[in-house]
Design a protein around this ligand. Sequence first.
Ligand code: BGC
Length: 439
Amino acid sequence: MDHTADNGKAHPFPPDFAWGVATSSHQVEGDNCNNQWAAWEKAGRIKSRDRAALACDWWRNAERDFDLAQSLGVNALRLSLEWSRIEPAEGQWSTEALERYREMLKGLRARGIRPFVTLHHFTNPLWLEARGGFSSPASIPCFERFTRRVVAALGDLCSDWITFNEPNVYAALGYFLGEFPPGKKGRVLESARVTYNLCLSHAVAYRTIHALQAGANVGWAQHFMVFKPRRPQSFIDRSICSIVHTNFNDNFFEGVRDGRAPFPLDVMGATLDSVKDTCDYIGVNYYSRLRVGFAPRSPGTLFLQLSVPPHKPQGDCGIEIPYGEAYPQGLQRAAEHFSTLNKPMYILENGVPDRDDRIRPWLLESVVDEMRQLLAKGIDLRGYFHWTLTDNFEWNEGWHLRFGLIELDPETQERRLRPSAGVYQELIKANRNGASGKD
Ligand code: BGC
């Protein structure tokens, strides 16, 4: 990185920069009933008790939102494929589902929008989940087969692929904190096995895609959080903070960068040599900063206390835990951290839960400034995807947390542009095609 550059305020974005929005299948399609998240909802595990139901109704009419995306001037859109629709039972493939995805990708391209396709965004078909999901090594050939099918079916319409969305969140929330299905808590070893199998699945998918498509651009989306000790003078808070940082932010990442197996499998002698360097770019999902402290009386949270000081900018709070401080400067930390991989970088998600659009306009402006600074420092940043276009089903929080540039009434499917939709539109207009954005 060139630290002698100016503070980056006027640095232009590259002409082919991807100005996008990001979504995922279960959160937008509606009527997904064959994956583990639908089962989790049925079992009453969504904290808000909401139902995904029609979500944003994309399975029937994603094109309504594609039109809105086009009107905002975005030139890229990230969506994911719902494995449980494409392979509803093991080895049975739905040509109808693949046809619908073809239609969506064609619809995007016809609107001048470059599709970025995620192969796995948290959801597993029920048949895979019944076999242990990614905690079982049997998931690896299943994922390879799925990848082969979808790339063969859609590869003429898309060449930007994200193998996994946030493998570090998937493992931490599903197997350590118990917030996501399968709801397991404190399973250090199992969580490490999940990460290990995800790394191997990613690597076979990377090779499969490249074997089928010469010019493919393949990576994954890594979630990064900025952690700060709650009491910086406390040795124990500082130590916990550093453990949480390494175990969360480097989880999976070290597999690809160094071929290193996750703790404790590494000390047990496992390696991930075949995973090293299996990416063409690094995708960064960055949202917030959290204070981490030791909570001796809180075994339920594994003795961790996560908090946000009240005077810090925050979007809306989660039902049980704070979502985090909106801290756009953290993007510098994320980018520096991941630049050790020496690959092009995309911000594949960034946003804030903010139903009343109190701080989203500020966040958007600030993040664009932060990205200019990164470009000025020499970071090879190629795109930014705001999470999200239209309010969608926020996993455990249901409809409680709203991330959309566009407000949605899930009952009536009515949409209303929030002021930040206009802010993003202006930012794109000012910075697209190499404009400096500051005149
Ligand atoms: C996930 C999205 C989610 C977003 C907002 C990310 O961690 O990839 O699916 O909706 O954060 O919480």
